[in-house]
Write a protein that binds this ligand. Structure first.
Ligand SMILES: C[S@@+](CC[C@H](N)C(=O)[O-])C[C@H]1O[C@@H](n2cnc3c(N)ncnc32)[C@H](O)[C@@H]1O
Length: 482
């Protein structure tokens, strides 16, 4: 029997398709027919994993690209995809209190990108469609020029579009909710992903079977949720580079100066604690400890002294990093650069805590005067700017925002934020999966991805449903498309 052919739209670095390609039932699995993506780095990632002939690099709104997709993928069984979610995201600018930002979002073409997805679904008519998006999509109201659609939730319009195309979107009542619904909200932690990530999933079909509900494997009486430690606890340690520039202008550096010796000691102890068991850092540590001792006796020109120190520290660290051959993906397992104030904040924050707590005097467990004084952002918003993860829980949701900064992703033990490699393992990418592009492009692809393990569960649920319904798996040959 043939495998089921998949078309991945808005494919990113390929999290969704990677999971589908891992799914299997009775020797039937999926094969990638095509992946459409506009981001050049993500396209290179897709090419390196699937070959050039599978990747259609371009804009879904471009009629020529659409034609190409239809020509190359007219016989697919499943279309999967998740249009960009920034404007639906509960974490994103859609929450902005600023009117001009909200107005801008209304004009954002990303809101309407999903209609191009359905345009292709309508032309190709696969047996199954799997649509993924952020939970915020359920509360997002449509900003349609068609007044009858205004104020309708985007998710309802999405389901209606699918129904108009002949798809059943309904999910049968679950034992848990007892309710019928048009979409499911899955939490990736329940599918063996070491991360809390709630996402809307619509599984729709036009072959007359009940839409499957992917079976949870973890949590709530099943196997325990996987933790950050399960995902990255085994990795070799890494140190942050330190930004040597603009030190005098960094907000709240006066607090560091007021606590100069204490800050240096915190830093020295944290670095020693992190790398003390890794012999690769032996000679680095000797130099580092000597310099820290000298620096702590400095009486003037502190900022200049720190700048010189950070410059040499970075060079020495780079020398050590060049010797790393400890992982196949060593280059994506190096830390980004942080400023010294943030590093002190990382060190002082307790695992599992965040800035909303450490600036709050009422939270006795977490409050710290020094941390509160160091906190550089407005206190009436962005309170959870810094989040330190715990070893013994699933990670908080990995976001594409990591390409801008990683402050919500502070490592539980090491004074830095997650490396791209750590973020990819937390997203459940296979350990030997590589991403093209620089560090930020990698964070973007990783943060955007559907966790492969969750995608695999969705893929398996469809294969199981076909099996249970005795549906001929060669759907695209036996089922009328038009
Ligand atoms: C949420 S990500 C999808 C991630 C992907 N499903 C995965 O699992 O890795 C959305 C993707 O849509 C891409 N995209 C945005 N606008 C696009 C357009 N007009 N045409 C094609 N792709 C687009 C973005 O570059 C981004 O990679």
């Amino acid at each position: 029997m043939d495998n089921l052919k998949v078309l991945d739209l808005f494919a990113g670095g390929g999290g969704f398709s990677t999971g589908f390609l891992a799914a299997k039932h009775s020797n039937i699995n999926y094969e990638l027919a095509g992946a459409l993506e506009v981001d050049p780095d993500a396209c290179l990632t897709l090419i390196s994993h699937h070959g050039e002939d599978k990747v259609i690099d371009g804009d879904i709104t471009d009629p020529i690209k659409k034609e190409e997709v239809i020509k190359r993928c007219s016989n697919v069984d499943v279309i999967i995809g998740g249009p960009p979610c920034q404007t639906f995201s509960l974490a994103g600018p859609a929450r902005s209190g600023k009117k001009e930002i909200r107005e801008k979002l209304r004009e954002d073409p990303r809101n309407m990108l999903y209609s191009h997805f359905f345009d292709l679904v309508g032309k190709i008519k696969p047996s199954f469609v799997v649509f993924e998006n952020v939970e915020g999509m359920a509360s997002k109201k449509a900003e349609s020029t068609d007044l009858s659609n205004k104020q309708r939730a985007v998710i309802d319009l999405v389901c209606e579009d699918l129904k108009d195309l002949g798809y059943n979107t309904e999910v049968t009542p679950t034992v848990e909710t007892g309710l019928a619904a048009e979409y499911q909200v899955l939490n990736s932690a329940d599918y063996g992903v070491p991360q809390y990530r709630r996402r809307i999933i619509i599984i729709a079909n036009r072959i007359g079977i009940a839409n499957p509900i992917p079976e949870k494997t973890h949590g709530d009486g099943r196997r325990p949720h996987l933790t950050v430690k399960d995902a990255i606890g085994h990795l070799p340690v890494r140190l942050p580079k330190i930004n040597p520039h603009g030190i005098p202008h960094l907000k709240n550096m006066n607090v560091i100066l007021d606590n100069y010796k204490k800050s240096l000691k915190l830093f020295k102890d944290a670095i020693n604690e992190t790398v003390k068991e890794d012999p690769a850092f032996n000679s680095f540590l000797k130099w580092f400890n000597r310099e820290c001792r000298r620096l702590s006796t400095v009486k003037e020109n502190h900022f200049d002294e720190l700048k010189k120190f950070f410059l040499i520290y970075n060079m020495k660290l780079e020398e050590v990093e060049q010797t790393f051959i400890d992982l196949p993906s060593s280059t994506s397992h190096t830390s980004r650069m942080h400023n010294f104030r943030d590093i002190i904040i990382f060190i002082l924050t307790k695992p599992g805590s965040n800035s909303a707590r450490f600036i709050n005097k009422n939270r006795k467990e977490d409050y710290s005067k020094l941390l509160s004084d160091l906190y550089p952002y407005a206190r009436d918003k962005h309170k959870d700017t810094y989040v330190k993860h715990s070893w013994d829980k699933p990670s908080y949701t990995i976001l594409a925002h990591m390409e801008k900064d990683g402050l919500k992703f502070i490592h539980p033990e090491q004074p830095r934020t997650y490396t791209p490699y750590e973020a990819s393992l937390i997203q459940s990418f296979p350990g030997d999966f590589t991403f093209s592009g620089g560090r930020n492009a990698q964070y973007r692809q990783i943060g955007n991805a559907v966790p492969p393990k969750m995608a695999e569960a969705i893929g398996n649920s469809i294969l199981n449903a076909l099996h249970e319904n005795n549906t001929d798996l060669l759907i695209n040959e036996t089922y009328e498309r038009v």
